[in-house]
Design a protein around this ligand. Structure first.
Ligand code: N01
Length: 543
């Protein structure tokens, strides 16, 4: 549906070659690459520092679930040699320090306007320029407009009645106070048991007098196996990191810490399947999901891993009734993001930690003194919402983007996001998404996928600039084909069976469709290369 277009605004000299929204891993690297090409670039960032998701998610226990030696930029030997990770899975403060180290080393901050949120972006057809406005009243224009807003950055507090009546303090894990929160001596209600809840609950329980956890969906979780890194493993990776990253780009998940076993469960002896799962489970991390080749393809194969995981999880909880409540049984393992925890299930062995099954005792409202569920009031001095994000599309659509002929992205995506390769959308010339819906993004090591996209966009912009080509825009046909392809690949997996944020299922009213591309980083990268080699096949290049 087309709507009236805004009048072009005066930009008071704020003319750029490219405008980037977001200064997380994606925006920082994009800025670096485009500046190296001699482009005049401006980044707008809502926070007062770099970091993106790691700037906002400062909740206790926040930690990456991709190993730190792989969760870093892989484009510069100099950068990686100047930084030393301390743990197998880096905690949020360390990752944020790393991002600041990179920003300072590459002198990025001077081109980032902090504390400034882009509110709208309009494509002005006559000039071929994107005109943006911010909440600080800035107006600026640029030929290229790049959304580096991240996949999990629009934090979502559910619409539960009565929050305004609550006399205590409440927090969302995804926008945590910068000076921290001390829960000592307090009664805390935590709503949500995804990765953020599972990471924060054990730490909150260490401090608080009493914790009540409200669980709607029990999740599969396994011990992360976090530990300090040894000097030997750090030194070994230093010599191979850049080569390893090339290899990572050919893998399904952009990770080389483990390999997927391609053998199907039915081709293996049952005891070999068990041994493989045991080794991978004990080793910690996502390796478990690669125990055999058909885990994400058939229910029968998935059940083997799900049963194994439940047995492991159950053994960590003393009270059988609580253990039963903590058992995930409404989705195949891996169809929601697997959680890696440190002491999560054991927390429910503590006498001051209670579990409320929201499926049986639905949350009715927030009251003055706490949370009312199943007719009972659970008193709390603080409520923590670990309730997730309007994932993948939330932060993009938070900017009112209008393309050619007054086409608004919000209208175009009303029935779900439509992109070609997750990079662009028909009707929006010279607009790029980094790790947008329709690309592997959240199913991969995000930094590998970010670098893959930024490199592709940089080459594309270079081709346009050197070839005197004004615009690039996905064709509707290529976009339709890609959207259909993403759906077909997803339908061959078990992913659509879960009510996950991958499916948009956590946001009432959001269209249900599988948003990331599940074909793997390697396969996807080949497609990107083919498209570029065929002079951007599927895109229309304009004068
Ligand atoms: O969010 P989530 P998250 N009443 O959406 C529940 C990444 N991440 O912030 O499942 C009651 O997963 C909701 O219940 P249900 C990672 O990719 C990574 O934890 O919808 N409950 C669920 O339990 C992750 O997957 C790291 O039934 C309500 C929870 O809130 C993604 O971010 C760390 C509710 C939300 O879980 C999101 O994780 C953290 C309601 N009204 C995050 N609404 C690491 O790197 C929602 N819930 C380790």
């Amino acid at each position: 549906m087309a709507t009236e277009k805004h009048a072009p605004s005066s930009t008071s000299g704020n003319d750029y070659d490219a405008i980037i929204v977001g200064a997380g891993f994606a925006g920082m690297y994009m800025l670096h690459r485009l500046r190296k090409q001699g482009l005049h670039v401006r980044v707008y960032e809502a926070g007062d520092g770099v970091g993106g998701t790691w700037y906002w998610n400062r909740y206790p226990g926040a930690r990456c679930d991709v190993e730190s030696l792989e969760y870093q930029y892989g484009f510069s030997d100099d950068l990686q040699r100047g930084w030393t990770w301390t743990e197998r899975y880096a905690a949020q403060p360390e990752i944020l320090r790393y991002q600041n180290y990179v920003a300072d080393k590459l002198d990025l901050k001077k081109d980032i306007r902090f504390n400034t949120r882009v509110t709208s972006a309009d494509y002005d057809t006559p000039s071929g320029l994107w005109q943006i406005e911010t909440d600080k009243g800035d107006r600026a224009q640029a030929r290229f407009f790049i959304m580096a807003t991240g996949c999990l950055s629009a934090a979502r507090v559910p619409d539960i009645a009565g929050l305004e009546d609550f006399k205590g303090k409440w927090y969302h894990t995804g926008s945590w106070p910068h000076d921290g929160v001390d829960f000592t001596g307090r009664r805390v209600a935590v709503i949500g048991t995804g990765s953020s809840g599972i990471q924060s609950i054990p730490i909150i329980a260490e401090q608080a007098d009493h914790v009540t956890v409200f669980q709607r969906t029990a999740n599969f979780t396994l011990p992360a196996g976090n530990r300090p890194l040894s000097e030997e493993e750090i030194a070994a990776r230093r010599t191979t990191l850049l080569e390893d990253r090339k290899h990572a780009r050919t893998t399904a998940g952009g990770i080389i810490a483990f390999e997927y076993n391609e053998a199907l469960s039915g081709e293996m002896m049952p005891e070999d399947v068990q041994r493989e799962m045991e080794t991978r489970w004990t080793g910690g991390g996502f390796a478990f999901l690669g125990s055999y080749g058909d885990m994400m393809a058939t229910t029968e194969a998935n059940d083997i891993a799900a049963d194994f995981a439940r047995a492991k999880m159950k053994a960590r909880v003393k009270e059988p009734e609580i253990a039963d409540t903590l058992m995930p049984n409404d989705h195949p393992v891996g169809t929601k993001r697997l959680c890696l925890d440190t002491g999560y299930l054991e927390t429910f062995n503590e006498p001051h930690v209670d579990l409320v099954n929201v499926r049986e005792l639905p949350i009715e409202r927030i009251a003055e003194k706490g949370v009312l569920a199943g007719g009972k009031e659970y008193e709390a001095d603080a409520i923590v919402f670990a309730t997730g994000f309007d994932a993948m599309t939330g932060a993009i659509l938070a900017v009112d983007i209008t393309g050619r002929d007054g086409l608004r992205l919000r209208d175009k995506w009303e029935a779900g996001p439509r992109t070609y390769l997750g990079l662009g959308s028909a009707g929006f010339p010279n607009l790029f998404f980094i790790t947008g819906p329709g690309s592997p993004s959240v199913l991969s090591n995000m930094i590998v996928s970010i670098e893959q996209h930024v490199d592709w966009i940089t080459d594309c912009i270079s081709r346009l600039t050197s070839g005197n080509i004004g615009t690039i825009e996905a064709t509707p046909e290529a976009e339709d084909e890609w959207v259909a392809h993403v759906n077909e690949v997803a339908a061959e997996t078990l992913y659509p069976q879960a009510n996950s944020w991958y499916m948009g299922a956590n946001v009432p009213g959001k269209p249900r469709l599988f948003m990331p591309y599940p074909g793997g980083v390697g396969v996807y990268g080949e497609k990107l290369d083919e498209v570029a080699a065929a002079d951007y096949e599927g895109f229309r290049l304009g004068a």
